[in-house]
Design a protein around this ligand. Structure first.
Ligand code: PRP
Length: 183
């Protein structure tokens, strides 16, 4: 789905497909360099990270392995306490592996804080984070994102894996959803 296909649903276009692709390629080049000879284990957080994982992994020139986790935040009330439930755990062990968590977006940062703590307790060799987008509150919560696509405003954004009511994940760019769509 292209931005033009849903242009009337968007109050603003933040990043086009080309801009996102160019940035992801830059991130992949950094990962290539940092992980040379270490075959990172990319851990994608379903569902939103599917696009970022697909593009980042294919832009790498080094070998990598991919695995997935699915988590539930129990809704916004409980999410604010940082409690998340693992719905699907990884298939492979992280012991002594160089883990790179792949996320579409870091919003409050609570999901990531929980995940990092959880994975760290399993004794990986290292853990870093790659995320397509980050909202300001994440920075306030001191979540370290080593490989970041873009800092974005605290608007309701959709596209590139990010949904509203299950829609717009397949949108190639990133846009701000018009309030008329959800109000
Ligand atoms: C999104 C995103 C992150 C999380 C970030 O997932 O993919 O996992 O929220 O939010 P936080 O920084 O405030 O914790 P969501 O729960 O919307 O599920 P989805 O990926 O399936 O859309």
């Amino acid at each position: 789905m292209n931005l033009d296909d849903v242009r009337s649903d968007l109050s603003q276009i933040l990043y086009t497909e080309a801009q996102i692709q160019a940035r992801v390629e830059e991130l992949a080049a950094q990962v290539d360099e940092d992980y040379a000879g270490r075959d990172p284990l990319l851990v994608g957080i379903l569902n939103g990270a599917v696009m970022m994982m697909a593009d980042l992994s294919r832009a790498l020139t080094i070998h990598c392995e991919m695995d997935w986790m699915a988590i539930s935040s129990y809704g916004s009330g409980i999410a604010s306490s940082g409690v998340v439930r693992i719905l699907k755990d990884m298939n492979v062990s992280v012991v002594d592996r160089h883990v790179l968590i792949v996320e579409d977006i870091v919003d409050t940062g609570l999901t990531l804080s929980y995940l990092i703590e959880n994975l760290r307790s399993r004794n990986p060799a290292s853990i870093e984070v790659c995320a397509g987008f980050r909202k300001p509150e994440a920075a306030r919560n001191h979540v370290h994102v080593k490989y970041l696509g873009f800092d974005i405003p605290s608007d309701f954004v959709v596209g590139y894996g990010l949904d509203y009511a299950g829609r717009y994940r397949n949108l190639k760019g990133l846009g701000v959803l018009s309030p008329s769509v959800y109000s």
